[in-house]
Write a protein that binds this ligand. Structure first.
Ligand code: PLP
Length: 399
């Protein structure tokens, strides 16, 4: 027997499995709505103009590739902090927030999970929404936590089960870690409204819970500032705060792995101790982050001209997704008038919990080469004016 004789095959990643199936499909009219990626109206992954320009600038003054500091590029960390909390926010001015560059949003969550495992109560548990991005559970479990679900999605109203969510928050042990989607909830597209956030912030403070805001889609709901508002509200409310953010989607820089983890502490002195320990977590995981992606984002955010371009390009993505939601609903009304799909226009971000059942998703795949997640989650950002008619016709047939 070899060392590996007893090793079992790991289960396939459900979403990457969809892409494997899609890639193997020979149908020229195949459509992949299973991914979490923004495509343009030609079905192509965009290279943003602001990124192209920043890269041209960087190429013109190529520099040697020394190691970055453990916490990443200083200009990047500063830019992220100002983007996430606001340059004139108290936590930034009082140096109570610390930010480290991370390997995408996933890497930021992993750093936060490892840090919390070392420094939270021995018996603290993690709570994620039901349902949530499937990697939330795995990331916190692999850091050694027990992970629970709080009620979130209500299939009957296609909105948030806010009463259930609040009841769960009110019953969590003090010191529990609550993972919240800052905007554009993945997978449902259902977000809390302003007043609901007010109540969540209140109960988190009152019960001494540790909020961990995951913001992977800033700018995809209402705008960069609007979507970041919840982070600023939590920061203002006081108490410890963890924020993971990602530029994978908002800069279309998926493969560069650009994200960050920010932690808000009670004082400058506390923040510097937190940062010192956070750097140890980085050091023992991968030592220090890569240069290129962070440099691109820092260059764009620091240049008024490139930043304006980024905001316009991000707005373009946001508006196109919104148009696809409206078009999908309009066309479904024509082809499948018996069913109401208006809720699709109320959902936010890249995804829609479409209400399609597993057997319907299977028929879409087997009969029409249209790939979606078994839960009925479709990526609206993968729809375009060329594929939408075929998608609508197929949905109308399987309903
Ligand atoms: N968090 C959520 C809710 C996500 O949907 C994603 C990506 O799909 C991530 C985090 C991870 O982002 P990244 O690709 O930057 O690791």
């Amino acid at each position: 027997a070899s060392l590996f004789t007893a090793i079992e095959m790991a289960p396939r990643d459900p979403i990457l499995g969809i892409t494997e199936g899609f890639n193997a499909d020979q149908n020229p009219n195949k459509t992949n709505l299973g991914v979490g990626v923004y495509y343009d109206d030609n079905g192509k992954l965009p290279l943003l103009e602001c990124v192209r320009k920043a890269e041209a600038e960087l190429m013109a003054k190529l520099s040697p590739r020394g190691y970055l500091p453990i916490d990443g590029l200083a200009a990047y960390d500063k830019a992220v902090q100002e983007l996430v909390f606001g340059a004139d926010s108290a936590v930034v001015k009082e140096k109570r927030a610390v930010t480290v560059q991370a390997i995408g949003g996933t890497g930021a969550l992993k750093l936060g999970a490892d840090f919390l495992k070392r420094f939270s109560n021995d018996n603290a548990q993690v709570w994620i929404s039901d349902p949530s991005w499937e990697n939330h559970r795995a990331l916190f479990e692999s850091a050694g936590f027990t992970v629970n679900n709080y009620p979130y999605y209500d299939a009957a109203t296609r909105g948030v089960n806010f009463v259930g969510m609040m009841e769960a928050l009110n019953n969590m042990a003090s010191g529990s870690i609550v993972v919240l989607h800052a905007c554009c909830h993945n997978p449902t597209g259902a977000d809390l409204n302003h007043d609901q956030w007010t109540q969540v912030i209140e109960v988190v403070l009152k019960r001494g819970l540790i909020p961990f805001l995951d913001m992977a889609y800033q700018g995809f709901a209402d705008g960069i500032t609007e979507d970041g508002e919840v982070v600023r509200r939590f920061a203002q409310a006081g108490g410890p705060l963890f924020v993971s953010n990602s530029f994978s989607k908002s800069f279309s820089l998926y493969g560069e792995r650009v994200g960050a983890l920010s932690i808000v502490a009670a004082s400058t002195e506390e923040a510097s101790r937190v940062l010192s320990q956070l750097k140890r977590v980085v050091r023992t995981n991968y030592s220090n982050p890569p240069i290129h992606g962070g440099q691109v984002v820092a260059t764009v955010l620091a240049s008024p001209e490139l930043r304006k371009l980024w905001e316009e390009e991000l707005a373009g993505m946001r508006v196109r997704i919104r148009e696809m939601r409206q078009l999908l609903v309009k066309k479904l009304k024509e082809q499948a008038p018996a069913q109401d799909f208006d809720f699709v226009t109320k959902q936010r971000g890249m995804f829609s919990y479409s209400g399609l059942t597993k057997p319907q998703v299977e028929r879409l795949r087997d009969e029409f080469s249209i790939y979606a997640v078994d839960t009925g989650r479709i990526c609206v950002a993968a729809l375009n004016t060329k594929n939408i008619d075929a998608v609508v016709a197929a949905i109308a047939k399987v309903l």
